[in-house]
Write a protein that binds this ligand. Structure first.
Ligand code: ZN
Ligand code: ZN
Length: 188
């Protein structure tokens, strides 16, 4: 699983996305080593401290990178909290929706507004695909992403209960034209 996702990131995503993901994995590993593995290993012959220290050094470097990067984009994110969602690639709350594409300020991943909406409902909100009622005895209908067509711009990018920095409890929002359920499209 981990290896697959790292290969995936290696092929598809920026160095920044890999570093953010690696930092999370290393955070978990170092805690696991400390709490579960090292106490047992210390009773054996194998001296692991030097190796573990190297991992800690690497982790500090990456955490330093993440802090630095988040600091660099902090002001840009603060200007548009109503358009900021969690990035489905690096998991940082740093992806700005908009047309023609959404862009993560942290890892630089870009995707068109329709795919950003689909990613948000499935990866971030973890909603299942919709089963479409079948109209045939032979073929079943393919399941559809839980994204609706926007009444305002016509794009299939309307997300019910989207989670943004400004609306952490959820707002109905078009990922293409930024229309909201309140009725007005805020200036983007
Ligand atoms: Zn990202
Ligand atoms: Zn729209």
């Amino acid at each position: 699983m981990l290896r697959n996702s790292l290969q995936h990131y290696g092929l598809e995503h920026s160095a920044e996305a890999i570093e953010a993901s690696a930092a999370s994995v290393l955070n978990f590993l170092i805690t696991f080593l400390d709490e579960h593995l090292l106490p047992d290993l210390h009773e054996s012959e194998w001296d692991v401290d030097a190796d573990v220290d190297r991992v800690r050094d690497g982790l500090a470097d990456i955490q330093g990178f993440v802090r630095k990067r988040m600091n660099e984009i902090k002001n840009a994110l603060a200007r548009q909290p109503e358009f900021t969602i969690q990035c489905t690639t690096c998991q940082k709350q740093a992806c700005i929706i908009g047309r023609p594409e959404a862009r993560c300020l942290f890892c630089t991943q870009r995707m068109d507004s329709d795919n950003a909406a689909i990613g948000h409902v499935h990866v971030t909100l973890q909603r299942p695909f919709r089963q479409i009622p079948t109209t045939s005895d032979i073929f079943s209908q393919p399941a559809q992403p839980a994204v609706d067509r926007c009444q305002s711009c016509g794009q299939r990018a309307w997300v019910v209960g989207a989670v943004t920095t400004a609306e952490p409890t959820g707002i109905d929002l078009c990922f293409h034209c930024a229309q909201t359920s309140a009725g007005s499209a805020p200036k983007h």
